[in-house]
Design a protein around this ligand. Structure first.
Ligand SMILES: *[C@@H]1O[C@H](CO)[C@@H](O)[C@H](O)[C@H]1NC(C)=O
Ligand SMILES: *[C@@H]1O[C@H](CO)[C@@H](O)[C@H](O)[C@H]1NC(C)=O
Length: 259
């Protein structure tokens, strides 16, 4: 019978490096068995068939015996591959082996969400995220460039979840003001840190005052816009009236011109 095996059923390589998908076979009598590689994603597609690499593998893969080397792999190449050997002259003519390819991606600079300001005593969440890294990154936080240690007892004023990247204050105090940054690492390549962002904790009074100013300003803007819209809607009907009052209009114009 034809026997097929692999040296490495699980292959892990870094992005943009080469991946060797090993396939060894031994035939009883058939000197030229047919070699095929398939990839199983949502559907099964050919990787190597009838002596050629197919589809996305054309021009970027080589074969030695039945062992395939994929060059400059990306996340797209990750998945399950199958090496199939058919030796029609053997008594058991079909053999296969599976190889799983995992493509590791180093962390990118994480995106850090740090509220610019918060009110003393309020609950605040800081978020850090790096979507692309494989395996998923773990996160650690820094305040003014010093690492924030994981809280040791249940009474701590904050929590850090190194898997979700969330730093959570139950009730912020003025001492929590500072510049916060976060480091993403996954053991592949070098860890990446986001730029530090400032967070200012203010007492209620100041915030309420600033808040009211903003609200009043927004109200003014909204009323102003609303007024303009009403004015514009009324314009068509008013135009006739204006045409009849053309003289005082002209007068106004010249007057403002002189001013
Ligand atoms: C390879 O994987 C397929 C399913 O994708 C399975 O049917 C087959 O038995 C596996 N072969 C080996 C040798 O593990
Ligand atoms: C935690 O807080 C409770 C009540 O607020 C207190 O009794 C307890 O001693 C505190 N524990 C620690 C470890 O600080």
């Amino acid at each position: 019978p034809v026997t097929v095996s692999t040296n490495r059923p699980k292959v892990e390589v870094e992005e943009f490096s080469d991946a060797e998908l090993s396939c060894r076979f031994h035939t009883e009598t058939d000197p030229n068995p047919r070699i095929e590689w398939k990839k199983k994603a949502k559907e099964v597609s050919f990787v190597y068939f009838d002596g050629r690499f197919r589809g996305p593998f054309e021009g970027r893969a080589t074969i030695d015996g039945a062992t395939v080397t994929l060059h400059r792999v990306t996340q797209e190449d990750a998945g399950e591959y199958r090496c199939e050997i058919s030796a029609s002259l053997d008594t058991v003519s079909l053999g296969e082996t599976n190889v799983t390819l995992n493509v590791l991606v180093p962390p990118q600079t994480p995106t850090c969400e740090v509220p610019a300001s918060a009110v003393t005593g309020s609950a605040v969440q800081l978020r850090c995220r790096d979507q692309q890294s494989v395996p998923p990154a773990t996160y650690s936080w820094f305040k003014d460039n010093k690492p924030i240690s994981k809280p040791r007892h249940a009474n701590a004023t904050y929590l850090i979840n190194s898997h979700t990247g969330i730093l959570e204050f139950k009730a912020v105090t003025k001492e929590d003001s500072g510049r916060y940054s976060c480091l993403a690492s996954n053991g592949v390549g070098s860890p990446k840190m986001c730029e530090a962002k400032p967070m200012t904790i203010e007492d209620v009074n100041m915030t309420v005052i600033l808040g009211s100013v903003v609200v009043v300003f927004l109200l003014l803007v909204v009323c102003g816009c609303g007024g303009m819209l009403l004015h514009r809607n009324g314009l068509l009907t008013r135009r006739r009236l204006l045409q009849q009052q053309i003289e005082p209009q002209d007068f106004k114009h010249t007057q403002s011109f002189m001013l």
